[in-house]
Ligand binder design. Structure first.
Ligand SMILES: [Zn+2]
Ligand SMILES: [Zn+2]
Length: 367
């Protein structure tokens, strides 16, 4: 007890103002003045892209997240990006509050309120910084390349012996869009310059060669498609290096989901297509199987018929142990079928689908 009082009395006064010193020969006030919480310059310049709102930061452009880009007031998001690079914390664990003081057309006055400790032995205190932010506008690298029609690669989607189906087109456009958005933040060339679509298929001109390859990878495995890639010399870059443009062709099979194929000469319906392989329903064995393009079965794969070639039937009678009768909904012809092949919940009046191949009737799996 006595020792502590003795020690306090021994402390020298602050060498700057004469108040009792606390740390390094300084009082709290002088210590905090000498050890500010942050460092920030004023005025700051905020260079933003007039097209997409990206903010110039050292070494590139920081893109707006999609949700921020949609908001009416872009500037608070842009200001956050700017302050993130311009405010240098000098101690750990500070809290920053931004207050808008005055906003003119291109000039913004803000007050930064910083809460933190100059030294871990001192209590937290608040500092205020008046900062002027001047807005200027330009074109970011991405928007510049995009408007200049820049592209490194073309992705061509075709289908073997047929046109692309609407659901395939929709799915492919969705895949391209989602993957482009996912890459947008990290790849300046993640954009699509042009999409064209005609009866032969679809073409995408893509800013980034890398993005084009990634999209092709996904589509190739999803549709178990054939892929061809080639390069064309398009000139030289500034350093005299040859510049190539890639074209990737993804050719979808003639069959799609629901269509009919022959595997080992047996009629099958295509049930699913994915990275794992092609899932078919064998209409003779009445069971599913999955095969991948490397399997020996795959080499026997042939197109048989479109899913539109299936026919719709109404079950007219179903009695246990007797052949069930099905009526073709267009021709009203009656077909007989082994009753045990029907699902349990199928009864007179139910609708089923079938396909006739070489005069043999096959009942299709229920959807
Ligand atoms: Zn002092
Ligand atoms: Zn831009």
């Amino acid at each position: 007890m006595y020792d502590q009082i003795w020690l306090v009395q021994l402390k020298a006064p602050c060498y700057q103002c004469g108040e009792p010193s606390v740390l390094d020969g300084l009082c709290t006030t002088c210590y905090e003045k000498d050890h500010p919480l942050i460092e920030v310059k004023t005025p700051l310049t905020l260079l933003a892209c007039k097209k997409c709102g990206s903010v110039k930061i050292p070494g590139g452009w920081k893109k707006m997240t999609i949700s921020a880009a949609d908001s009416d007031d872009l500037w608070p998001h842009q200001l956050d990006i700017l302050l993130d690079t311009e405010v240098k914390p000098l101690v750990r664990g500070i809290e920053i509050t931004i207050e808008e003081e005055k906003r003119l057309d291109r000039v913004l006055h803000i007050i930064l309120k910083i809460l933190g400790k100059s030294h871990e032995d001192l209590p937290p205190h608040e500092e205020q910084y008046n900062v002027e932010v001047r807005f200027s506008y330009g074109t970011c690298d991405t928007c510049g390349m995009k408007s200049g029609g820049y592209y490194e690669a073309t992705l061509q989607i075709r289908a073997d012996g047929r046109q692309l189906k609407e659901e395939e087109e929709d799915d492919i456009i969705r895949t391209v869009t989602e993957m482009t958005i996912a890459q947008y933040g990290s790849d300046d060339k993640a954009f699509v310059t042009k999409i064209s679509s005609d009866r032969y298929g679809m073409d995408f001109q893509i800013g980034s060669d890398h993005l084009c390859r990634s999209i092709a990878d996904v589509l190739e495995s999803k549709y178990l498609a054939e892929r061809k890639q080639n390069y064309k010399l398009v000139g030289q870059d500034k350093r005299g290096k040859d510049k190539f443009r890639t074209t990737i062709l993804i050719r979808l099979h003639r069959f799609g989901i629901g269509d009919f194929v022959k595997v080992l000469d047996k009629p099958c319906q295509v049930m699913a297509m994915s990275k794992a392989g092609l899932t078919c329903f064998d209409l003779t064995q009445r069971q599913r199987f999955t095969m991948n393009p490397k399997s020996s079965k795959w080499r026997t794969l042939e197109y048989l018929a479109s899913k539109n070639d299936r026919r719709k039937f109404m079950v007219t009678t179903r009695v246990y142990g007797q052949p069930a009768q099905l009526m073709d909904s267009e021709t009203y012809e009656i077909t007989e079928l082994d009753e045990s092949l029907l699902d349990n919940d199928v009864e007179a009046g139910s609708t089923v689908y079938g396909l006739t191949v070489d005069d043999v009737f096959y009942l299709l799996p229920s959807e």
